[in-house]
Design a protein around this ligand. Structure first.
Ligand SMILES: [Zn+2]
Length: 414
């Protein structure tokens, strides 16, 4: 099955290449979370891949041990659009402001966004008069170009970097939000970032943060797009390996808790914020295999409790539906065996490309949220639980009268 060092099953660390990975949590075999099915596909076979969380005993990186071919995960019809998530729009506008002030960006500076999706992040920089370029392999690139954000529809690789440099020169800023943990070939990624970045340039990544995942029991963020779950010490090792330095980091609320990391070329000191965060990581047990294994056991208990709660609700003949159908919910549903027998449907906002399709693996129909208010099912399972409070407020205002079930960090009825 193994095609090269960077896809398939591997017990080699994705950062330090040590062969010393230890198991933390097994989530079973799961389908690709964005591979929503059309009705006719429900009668076909589905491909599932192993989904196990492991930890490197050498550099402490937490990662998954099976990496599917990138084209299977980020396929052309990939349905996700950044511009549909209002929380991310706010986050990205703020990022443009922060970077402009902090690093004295000037009009005409080149800003490159890796995995730029529909160009939402770059809009903020473009509005400030900067030169922007997106690099995005899925058809989201077409939406970006339509909206005036110049985007190459391709993976971030040597060819796209060469083309970018020839056309626009080197980048003052390279951003990689929700993508830096997604690219399988780390050495090539780092070489390309270095190659494209100006000597005084800044590389900014945002990734889901292991500290949030552990603290909030967010095991649903584990799926085949997320190959690595970063803490700061392994990141520092990664940057040093490619003659770069981690200089600053901050926690942000995006995607249920993320870490924004700033890195520069050469040897540079890390600031106090990084040191404080590393201390918090140590206290939370991120560098202890025993503590992470104990966390994995807690996750199994949460899964059992959630399933028991849903079965209890269902026993009385009640209807349960899902609120939101984010990619991450498919790990929660698949691992917890919550299928279309338990949930009647899941609802998405009008305009979502998932409406009319079925969740991968669990085959729950995704429909327009308007149906929820007509149907008034007894229970609403909040699948986008990381923005759950915000959603509940909106649903109450819109007239939903049933009860709410929060799946994580502790399954409970509200
Ligand atoms: Zn390692």
């Amino acid at each position: 099955m193994k095609k090269n060092n960077y896809t398939g099953y591997s017990l080699t660390c994705q950062i330090c290449r040590a062969d010393n990975l230890k198991n933390i949590l097994n989530l079973g075999h799961q389908p690709i979370v964005q591979e929503y099915l059309r009705a006719e596909e429900l009668h076909e076979s589905e491909t599932r891949y192993p989904l196990n969380l492991v930890r490197c005993s050498n550099c402490s990186l937490v990662q998954i041990d099976y990496v599917p071919e990138p084209g299977k995960v980020f396929f052309p019809d990939y349905p996700y659009r950044t511009g549909l998530t209002s929380m991310l729009i706010r986050n990205f506008l703020e990022l443009a402001d922060v970077l402009e002030k902090k690093y004295e960006l000037k009009p005409k500076d080149l800003i490159v966004d890796i995995g730029s999706n529909d160009g939402t992040l770059l809009k903020g920089f473009k509005a400030k008069g900067m030169q922007v370029l997106g690099i995005e392999p899925t058809n989201a690139a077409k939406d970006a170009n339509k909206n005036g954000i110049t985007t190459f529809q391709t993976f971030f690789d040597k060819a796209s970097v060469t083309k970018a440099k020839k056309k626009y020169g080197s980048a003052r800023v390279i951003t990689a939000t929700n993508v830096f943990a997604h690219i399988n070939n780390v050495p090539e990624l780092m070489r390309n970032v270095r190659d494209l970045l100006k000597s005084d340039g800044i590389f900014v990544s945002e990734s889901q943060y292991l500290l949030d995942i552990v603290e909030k029991k967010e095991f649903d963020t584990v799926y085949h797009e997320h190959l690595r779950f970063y803490a700061l010490k392994p990141l520092q090792i990664l940057f040093n390996k490619y003659d770069m330095s981690l200089i600053d980091a901050e926690r942000i609320s995006a995607a249920g808790g993320s870490i924004r990391v700033y890195a520069k070329k050469g040897k540079q000191p890390m600031n106090a914020r990084v040191k404080n965060l590393i201390q918090a990581e140590e206290q939370a047990g991120l560098y202890s295999l025993e503590k992470l294994i104990a966390w994995g056991k807690e996750i199994q208990k949460v899964r059992n409790d959630l399933l028991a709660l849903l079965l209890k609700c269902k026993k009385n003949g009640a209807h349960i539906v899902g609120i939101g159908s984010p990619a991450r919910a498919n790990t929660l549903l698949g691992f917890s065996h919550i299928t279309n027998e338990l949930l009647d449907y899941a609802v998405e906002k009008k305009g979502s490309p998932k409406i009319g399709l079925y969740t991968p693996g669990t085959h729950i129909p995704v429909i327009d949220e308007e149906e929820l208010y007509r149907d008034q099912p007894e229970y609403a399972l909040i699948l986008s639980w990381h923005i759950g409070e915000e959603l509940i407020k909106i649903m109450k205002k819109n007239g939903y009268k049933g009860k709410y079930i929060m799946p994580l960090p502790k399954p409970r009825i509200i």
